[in-house]
Design a binder for this molecule. Structure first.
Ligand SMILES: *[C@@H]1O[C@H](CO)[C@@H](O)[C@H](O)[C@H]1NC(C)=O
Ligand SMILES: *[C@@H]1O[C@H](CO)[C@@H](O)[C@H](O)[C@H]1NC(C)=O
Length: 210
């Protein structure tokens, strides 16, 4: 699902069985339960270099860092389900933002694919281009796909949740950050009704953001 350090633990239990036919037979069964534990279970983003990003035309940083807002978007494009597909979708979004919109870079801080991976957009502490009112003081995360009528895949939502939790734990966003959807900052359907319904239930969701 995402990269992490894994350890495997084995648990052994012994079960005794007797009276198989007329012979008392002791059968020892070793039951092995292995638990795969993710230690550092923060998603590790696919870097710009890995998705062949073009260089940004500006390195402008946030006005407030760590930022007090997390803004959730959808890309309103097709979705992707493999790393190759997602890399190429992210690349095409960057091309659209830089060539058609004439922005300095891809608009979002990070993107999350249907493959359950996080893709570095502008990256930490970069001034965004995703919602004017919050560009200087937010982390803008875009889920690849269109979630107006379709539920976002479980894996994508779980990675979003985990990525935000890790950002909070690592002081990449403020401890009391406000979670909002793009539509709360401008007139748009983004992040789609279905994705918005999900984030609305999360504890840091702010109904009336300032
Ligand atoms: C990487 O991007 C550049 C320019 O955007 C393009 O010309 C090049 O073909 C791409 N390389 C790969 C391996 O996709
Ligand atoms: C942004 O920063 C990088 C790394 O320090 C540098 O190579 C690049 O020239 C900078 N770009 C701009 C537009 O300032």
């Amino acid at each position: 699902m995402h990269k992490c350090k894994k350890t495997i633990q084995f648990k052994f239990s012994i079960i005794q069985m007797s009276h198989l036919d007329s012979l008392p037979v002791a059968v020892i069964l070793l039951i092995c339960n292995y638990l795969v534990k993710c230690h550092n279970d923060c998603p590790v983003p696919i870097t710009r270099q890995e998705w062949n990003a073009s260089a940004p035309l500006s390195n402008r940083t946030l006005r407030e860092n760590p930022p007090p807002f997390v803004v959730v978007h959808h890309s309103a494009t097709k979705s992707c389900s493999t790393e190759e597909e997602c890399k190429s979708l992210v690349k095409s979004i960057q091309r659209f933002h830089m060539v058609d919109n004439r922005w300095d870079d891809i608009g979002y801080t990070f993107l999350i694919g249907g493959d359950g991976r996080v893709y570095e957009g502008r990256g930490w502490n970069r001034h965004g281009a995703h919602v004017v009112k919050y560009n200087a003081r937010s982390l803008g995360i875009c889920l690849l796909g269109d979630f107006q009528d379709v539920d976002p895949p479980h894996v994508q939502v779980e990675v979003l949740k985990k990525f935000i939790e890790c950002a909070q734990r690592n002081n990449r966003i403020t401890e009391k950050y406000h979670l909002i959807g793009h539509r709360q900052g401008s007139v748009t359907l983004c992040p789609g009704d279905k994705l918005f319904d999900v984030i609305k239930t999360w504890p840091h969701f702010d109904e009336n953001p300032m």
